[in-house]
Write a protein that binds this ligand. Structure first.
Ligand code: ARG
Length: 634
């Protein structure tokens, strides 16, 4: 991962959370206790207690401070505590062990922090105007004439989740689908389809993506000269017959490659015959891509699609610009950008000896367009980790060239949100039985079919059409969630059984947790006339946090804004997943221990209903930020 320059907007801590207040008070107490002797970078080291016996939070600063002051940690802790003024938010601090300071919040303080958060924004007010960023998210990245496979799942699902998270944080998000629609392989398939169409053997109007994939493979085979075979024949003297055979193959391949090169030149010159075929191929590919994305509930549109072809005319001048400003140099006929000053040994190749441009050249043009054209403060790339070196090079080269410089003069933040591979249950790259890449559309079909069975089992009374809609939301949610909930930089194992389980850290579990909340609120209305709108806004009932499960739930709820910001900053959706799972688990424990609708005390009942409603709002918000569909029933 590559975070190269800080944006203008560093995440503000959660404004109202009790830990912020505690943290500030502790620092104040430390300053008071140690005066000028306090190291300038002193940190109260406040952490959530793992064990409720030790209070809600624990301050661990006395350990290192004691050492620095030449006193025992316990003495340091005593000094801090005696200067600590926290009566309004916490019970008197207690010192444990060698010098840990244990802090327990007052229930009223917790309730009032929670009450402040329970507004329209759930503690996430939009960033002030000056801090509102433009974030460009590179996602999906399909290739012309190819089906989307399981690798594109991650680029689409993670990219879309990152876009949604940043949107939810109040920033301006622009998605970019960097469609691989240019270069020799593309010309190769275009040439083949055009030739066959002219011979009446292909009907352009009824062309499908399956057909195209076949043509792509065939064209590639035609061009893949068996040069190695030729060399073997020569070396081992396999005789004139083998020699002739291999030679014709190679000749044919050379011919096919030459035709592809001509086609590329024709495309570059906008020759209408070639362009028409290429556009048709592009249309068929993108239609299938958008359909997959629609089914995945991921926002990838035509407007958000900027193919590599849209950069084609910029590449020659870009390389000239790099050469003229001595950012790049000619090396053995090729043009390279040296990156030693960035600690990267491998230079970035931007033009080959034969004059051809590269994937990296296009991505440099892409950074320039994103930062200087679209105004990106951050450009995030949800792309396979195997492209890490590529992005390190492209980021460094773009900075060296000034293409990442924003209007204000500082560089935009460029980040490769790299992801690992999808593995099968055998721990090897996920493939079909016959060793092919798994088609994304097949995966989606199967997930929905399996979800439909699971939903039918769980709720046999659901009407058939609703069951279908629920199955779609649950099946797709399951696929997305298993992908999002694992640390994106790592590989993960794709398992239908695990992802569709209604228990554990899964999409269905979270969707179901929300469904439970919704059902309680519906019941409150139907059976007791308490409308959920009466639980929010002015005149809302007070919150009473008394039972330990209420407290755990309240503490979990309070973490939402900081978690969402952290997940955005680090581009790590799995943080949000882990959080929602924690919240749903806290809710489950609360619901088991604290009766809601059957509680005789009206004030307690309404407070608990408010906790339900707040949990539901966070779950809904969180699921939406991940790109899962929140459900009312299932
Ligand atoms: N089409 C590329 C591939 O399949 C992914 C594009 C990623 N985005 C980018 N800006 N390079 O590998």
């Amino acid at each position: 991962m590559q975070t190269t320059s800080a944006g203008p907007y560093t995440v503000p801590p959660m404004q109202s959370g009790p830990e912020i207040i505690l943290s500030e008070r502790l620092l104040e107490a430390m300053r008071h206790a140690f005066g000028a002797a306090l190291p300038p970078d002193a940190d109260p080291l406040l952490a959530v207690s793992k064990n409720p016996e030790f209070g809600d939070f624990q301050c661990n600063a006395a350990m290192s401070l004691g050492k620095a002051m030449g006193i025992s940690p316990r003495a340091a802790a005593e000094r801090i505590v005696s200067a600590l003024n926290i009566d309004d938010v916490a019970l008197p601090a207690r010192i444990a062990g060698p010098g840990f300071i244990n802090l327990t919040l007052r229930p009223e303080a917790l309730a009032s922090a929670l009450d402040a958060m329970d507004d329209g924004a759930l503690g996430l007010p939009p960033p002030p105007p000056g801090a509102r960023e433009t974030i460009v998210v590179d996602l999906c990245g399909v290739n012309l004439a190819k089906q989307m496979h399981v690798g594109h799942l991650r680029a689409t699902v993670i990219g879309d989740a990152l876009a949604r998270i940043w949107e939810r944080l109040g920033h301006r998000v622009i998605r970019q689908n960097h469609f691989g629609d240019w270069g020799l392989p593309i010309a190769m398939v275009t040439e083949r389809v055009k030739r066959l169409a002219e011979a009446g053997r292909v009907d352009l109007d009824s062309l499908t993506l399956e057909d195209l994939e076949g043509h792509y493979r065939a064209a590639q085979r035609d061009c893949d000269a068996d040069e190695r075979g030729l060399r073997a024949v020569e070396r081992f003297g396999l005789g004139p017959k083998a020699d002739a055979e291999v030679r014709t193959q190679v000749e044919g391949a050379r011919e096919a490659t030459a035709r592809a090169r001509q086609a590329l030149v024709a495309l570059q010159a906008h020759e209408p015959g070639h362009v028409r075929v290429w556009e048709r191929i592009s249309e068929v590919t993108l239609a299938a891509c958008f359909e997959n994305c629609r089914r995945l509930h991921a926002t990838v549109t035509r407007e958000a699609t900027a193919g590599e072809s849209t950069y084609a005319h910029e590449l020659a001048p870009l390389v000239e610009d790099l050469l003229a400003r001595r950012v790049a140099e000619v090396d053995d006929g090729a043009v390279i950008v040296r990156l030693d000053e960035f600690g990267i040994k491998e230079p970035c190749l931007v033009r080959k000896r034969d004059g051809g441009f590269l994937y990296a050249t296009t991505d440099m043009a892409g950074i320039r367009r994103r930062v200087q054209g679209l105004g990106a403060d951050r450009a995030i790339y949800a792309v396979d980790a195997r492209q890490s070196l590529h992005f390190r090079q492209v980021f460094a080269a773009s900075k060296k060239a000034g293409y990442a410089r924003r209007a204000g003069g500082s560089d935009a933040t460029l980040l490769h949100a790299a992801f690992g591979m999808v593995l099968g249950e055998d721990g090897r790259p996920f493939k079909t039985r016959s060793g092919e890449n798994v088609r994304l559309s097949d995966l989606i079909d199967e997930a929905i079919a399996r979800a439909e069975l699971a939903v039918a089992q769980k709720n046999p009374d659901l009407p058939a059409d609703e069951r279908r809609a629920v199955a779609e939301a649950v099946g797709i949610g399951a696929i997305k969630y298993i992908d999002l909930s694992s640390d994106r930089s790592k590989d993960y194992v794709f398992s239908f059984d695990r992802m569709l389980a209604f228990e554990g850290n899964t999409g269905p579990y979270l969707q179901y947790a929300l469904v439970r909340v919704r059902s309680i609120l519906r019941k409150a209305h139907l059976e007791q006339g308490i409308h959920e709108d009466s639980l929010g806004g002015p005149g809302r009932p007070g919150l009473l946090i008394a039972a330990p499960e209420e407290k755990t739930l309240a503490l979990a709820a309070l973490k939402f804004p900081a978690t969402l910001r952290g997940a955005g900053e680090a581009c790590e959706p799995h943080r949000l997943c882990a959080y929602l799972y924690e919240l749903a688990s806290a809710f489950s424990a609360f619901f088991a221990a604290c009766p809601v609708l059957s509680t005789p005390d009206e004030r307690v009942k309404r407070s608990r209903l408010r906790l339900c409603r707040l949990t539901g709002r966070i779950l809904r918000d969180g699921l939406e930020a991940l790109g899962l569909v929140p459900l009312e029933r299932m």
